[in-house]
Design a protein around this ligand. Structure first.
Ligand SMILES: O=C(O)CCC(=O)C(=O)O
Ligand SMILES: [Fe+2]
Length: 292
């Protein structure tokens, strides 16, 4: 892969992908309030979301050893929600989801083309209270956070999201606060996100958000893909499963998200020399994206 394809400076490529996919208004909204919703306007996105949901429910049922078609009031999850972790290799569809063109276009606008996949997890949520813990996704980072995004969360809402349905809420413009909320900070400013099943909700890593308690019957299901800048250590470690043989059959986009061009993390003297020589442009880019 040519180096100029992976540097953070290819603004034109990122910009042209955004116009090709008609995402300009999403970018405006993201810049203004720190979050945007990409609704399922085309049949392809609807079908993909349906397949994702079916797959997730199948995996959840296998792990839980019960049929999710039973009433949610009979289910007893801690805090009324069940997390599915480390989904990336459970099915090919999760690799397609992390490379979904609309997701990648917006995520790369926030993080540059060299960003990495941070996690691939899902939540199944039932009716009832859940802890209201407003936060931003830059975990473990001391303030002040930079104004540019270091994380971007792209969540597929696979059931309708609203206040009643226990969807997501966030504090508009909190991506400019550059810190985690403390105590009840921001609690009066939260706005519920309204999104139809099949939407992709994307937010800047600094944006304060949390899930709302679900008041309606039935499950809330999502797929969460968080991405991070290349110098951040991802939450899930994919390196054991990403061998050179596996990467050989993957798309360039997927390889990049797995850190195929990462210049550090050598395991020997010789490997250090070869990585430093071949990937020096990733360490010393001549400039950074204007979007950064
Ligand atoms: O329950 C939710 O919707 C919030 C999830 C969340 O905080 C996240 O995906 O980072
Ligand atoms: Fe979060």
């Amino acid at each position: 892969m040519a180096l100029d394809q992976v540097e953070d400076i290819d603004d034109t490529l990122i910009q042209s992908e955004i116009s090709r996919l008609g995402l300009e208004s999403n970018i405006k909204e993201l810049n203004k309030v720190g979050l945007t919703v990409i609704p399922p306007k085309d049949a392809e996105q609807v079908a993909f979301a349906e397949k994702l949901k079916e797959k997730l429910l199948f995996i959840a049922e296998k792990k839980l050893e019960f049929n999710l078609s039973i009433k949610d009031s009979d289910v007893n999850f801690q805090h009324n929600q069940y997390y599915l972790y480390y989904l990336l290799f459970e099915d090919k569809i999760f690799q397609e989801a992390v490379c979904y063109p609309k997701t990648l276009a917006v995520v790369r606008y926030l993080l540059g083309k060299s960003c990495l996949l941070y996690n691939c997890v899902a939540q199944v949520k039932t009716r009832g209270d859940s802890p209201f813990q407003l936060h931003c996704d830059n975990f473990m980072q001391p303030p002040p956070l930079p104004e540019y995004a270091q994380h971007a969360n792209a969540t597929w809402a696979l059931t309708d999201y609203s206040e009643e349905d226990g969807g997501l809420c966030y504090v508009p413009e909190s991506h400019k606060f550059c810190r985690q909320p403390k105590g009840n900070d921001g609690i009066d400013l939260v706005r519920a996100v309204k999104a139809k099943a099949g939407s992709i909700i994307i937010w800047h890593g600094n944006t304060w958000h949390t899930g709302l308690p679900k008041k309606t019957e039935g499950y809330r299901v999502n797929l969460i893909n968080t991405f991070c800048r290349k110098y951040i250590r991802p939450q899930e470690n994919y390196s054991n499963l990403i061998t050179p043989e596996v990467l050989k059959d993957c798309s360039d986009d997927f390889s990049l998200l797995m850190g195929s061009e990462y210049p550090f993390d050598w395991k020997s003297h010789d490997e250090a020399n070869s990585l430093l020589e071949s990937r020096w442009q990733h360490i010393w880019p001549t400039s950074y994206s204007k979007f950064s």
